[in-house]
Ligand binder design. Sequence first.
Ligand SMILES: [Fe+2]
Length: 301
Amino acid sequence: MKATTDYIHSVITSLDAERFIPVTDIKRKSDHIYQHSIEVSGIAMAIGYELKLNATQLEQLALCALYHDIGMTTVSPEIVNKNTLLHRDEFDQIKTHPIVGEELLQNNPVYSNDIRLGIFHHHERYDGFGYPHGLRSEEIPLFSRILAVADVYAALVANRPHRKAVSRTTAIEYITLEMGRGFDAEIAKTFLAIHNVNVPPCLPEVVKWNLFTINMLNSSVYYNKTNLMLTKHEYALLVLFIKNFENHIPAHLLYEKAWNAPMDSNTTSLRGAIKRLRAKMDGCGWLINYVRGEGYIFERE
Ligand SMILES: [Fe+2]
């Protein structure tokens, strides 16, 4: 990884200030985003190298990663540095950053199509539930699929204004959990191989996350070796909560994504299932809370 970090710094110092937007512009706005961008570049380069991208592609990928969050420099610092969870309208502002980032580079020919598209789509999810366009699988540009893994891993292992860093083990477990869902499985597998994590050739059927063990074969969830004895509906809810931990999920999305059903008129069945799920998870250190106007959130006790 040291070699990739050295390479990233050599890319930064080689950028012609007359033609490129200085990366120090990002640093001046937010040291945190600048550091994050360098870390994402290093991880993306390591993945790109393993994927056997050629030298030109690697250089383009490094630039794409360095500038991937440049759109965040236009979001109010109060929102970027907020140390509590974001409200819906604040998150909506954050969600504009891939579009704004692409716009900032749009009229400058030194940023290729691959770089700009890579930035525009870096928050798409492989299963189609990302943004801004909800693209899925190979519709998402290669650079964006690489950045998605690098970005999430770098973000998880770093302290954020609103939460502490998670351990590298937990972050790797999360990447494994999201293989073929949030992330392109082949790219996630490449990332995991760099970290000496062996992944079976098919999607994992048993996934570990924190002290949870999710067995997709029989739809069961164990917490610290205890079977939570979930119903199918409760299982689907908990898996969705784990995949979106520390993010609010509106009730209608719980119906749609977890249960594949339209929201019923009074949400009674959802509230009942969540009440039972809360009781079964009592003492495990994670809570399901409800915030009016935002939705349900799965977070640390
Ligand atoms: Fe981003």
